[in-house]
Design a protein around this ligand. Sequence first.
Ligand code: HEC
Length: 162
Amino acid sequence: MKKLLILMSFVAVMVISACGGGSQSTENENTTPPQSMVESKPTDDATVADDPLANKGIGPVTSVELGAVDQTMVEEGKVIYDQLCVACHKPTEKFIGPAPAGILSRRSPEWVMNMMLNPDQMLKEDPIAKELLAEYNNVPMISQGLTEEQARKILEYFRTLE
Ligand code: HEC
């Protein structure tokens, strides 16, 4: 009985090491699947470079539906913008920060709202925001403590700037 056990464990060891060897070689073959998994991250980055509109940024906003421009929201957005943003953003000219005019041709609406609502993390982790920070001499976009609703109204106002 003992002998059988020993034999069995010997066989088990053989099997395991055989598998180990096998899995090693599959690991080599497998470098393709893991690589393609790893690739899916750089692809995100590549998408960001190729298509900034695919980047939704990092923050509370994951989906924004843009319908017809809502004039009430535009007006309310402009009021907030004039209070909290004009110190650094002129509507149509580069200033301390970029001009928001035409922003939706270069950024997704989600990204724009996340940049308003969560600039600290965006500037640390989002590839476009990091580039912007460098471009703007490391002057950071600062959180103005907006609510999502306020940010959405400002976004609506941005849609009317050209
Ligand atoms: C103290 C100056 C300052 C204030 C105030 C400020 N921002 Fe900014 N903002 C910046 C700077 C500088 C950038 C460029 C990126 C960076 O360096 O962080 C920026 C970037 C942005 C961007 C990204 C622009 C782009 O082209 O991608 C948006 C959107 C934005 N700000 C919206 C706002 C809104 C909305 C407000 C008001 C609620 C506001 N900012 C207030 C300085 C400011």
